[in-house]
Each structure stands twice: as structure tokens, then as C-alpha cells.
Design a protein around this ligand. Sequence first.
Ligand SMILES: [Fe+2]
Ligand SMILES: [Fe+2]
Length: 237
Amino acid sequence: MSEFKQFTTLEQWRDAPEEFKEACRKIVISHAINELYGSRVYDEPAIAMAPNPYAKWQVCRVVMEEYGHHYRFFELGREMGIKEPLMLPDQTEKQPLNIMNYEMKTWEEFCVIKMLGDLAEIILVEDLVQCSFHPLRNLARMTMPEEHFHAEFGENFTTDICNTDEGKELIQNHINNIFPIIPHMFGKSRSKNNQIYRKWGIKKCTNEEMRADYLKRAGSVVAKLGLTLPIIDVNAF
Ligand SMILES: [Fe+2]
Ligand SMILES: [Fe+2]
């Protein structure tokens, strides 16, 4: 039995305390915005960059799923009474995550973004699979296998590129540039929002714990390729 009160339906959620409701809205809005923004700036353009029909086919699956993630969060948000523009990146003031500011120009960068960026997404979603707001928990459980596919997609194609010395050097350079932006995705340490999420059983980990988990897991992913992560200052968050 969970120590937190569970809200199993939207009807129960509607009668919940405002602090809890607002916390749920924030998470749904953030996912809706970032899934759509990421689909537009990375996944969809990568179809044109993919080097062969097999790669294009696989990217198309990723694109379909990422737009699907946005759509599912957007639909849940609508059912929660969130105004549509608040969940659409070009109609809201809320900025997407800063990883989205990285200007991707090549297929190899896309593979690194999927390998390391979607691993961060997995950790963020994992934290929601026990969420006390069940419609959100169900969404997290539904998207989880797809995020695993995206990270594996990145790992597989990156592994192929690393078969040559030049490829390996290229990937290491992209890791050096892309990796340092990603740990920001977990939010600030000692975050007030995160404290509220944990108080209500919406999330279970602190931002610091998720970031530490990410650094460990990202480290072992790149180690398999015989590569390394650049040193970052974990106290800077
Ligand atoms: Fe996604
Ligand atoms: Fe993804």
C-alpha cells in the first residue's frame, strides 16, 4: 500500500486540493511542450538526414512515437481543463528544456541526442510510474517502452558509427558538446516544485537523485562504446 493518497480517476483529481492539481498540471504541460518541440527540432528533421532506407524507417517510428507522446499528454491536459495554448510551444511563454536549444546539423548528432537525451527522458518517466495521479501514471507506463526504444535506437546507430576510428572520434566530439547540456533536464537542485511533487507522491526522487542516476547510467552507455563523458561540475545545478 502506498503511503500517499491515490487519485485513480480524473473525477477524483477534480476534487483534489489545488496544490496537488497545480503540480499535476505543471508536469503535463512540461511534457506536452517538450515532446512536441523535440519532435519538431530533432526527430522529424532526422528523417531527411538518415543515411539509408533502414535508418529512415527506424527514425519514422521514433517520430511517430514522439508526436504520439505529445498528443497523449496534450489530450490528458485537455481533459484536466488546461487551456490548449499553454501546451503548445509556439503559443506559450514557457520555454522548452534547454537541451532543445542545441542546433543539430547531422545524423551523428541525432544518434547521440537519442542515446543520451532519451536516457534522461527514461529516468524522468520512470519517476512517474508510481505516481499518485493514476491517469499520469498510466501515461508514463505507456510511453516507457517507447522511450527505451529511442535510447536503444541511439545506442545501436552510434555503435555502428563507432566501428571506424574517424567515426569514434566524431561521436566523442558530439558527446563532449551535447552531454553537458542534458543534466539540466532534471531541474534545479533543492527545487521547490520537486518538493511539492514528492509531498504528494507524484514523484519519488529529488532532482539531485535523478541527475546522479543519469550520470551513472550515461557513463556506462558511453563506456560500452569505449568512449567517455566530459567532466561536468555536479554542484553547478
Ligand atoms: Fe518522448
Ligand atoms: Fe523519446
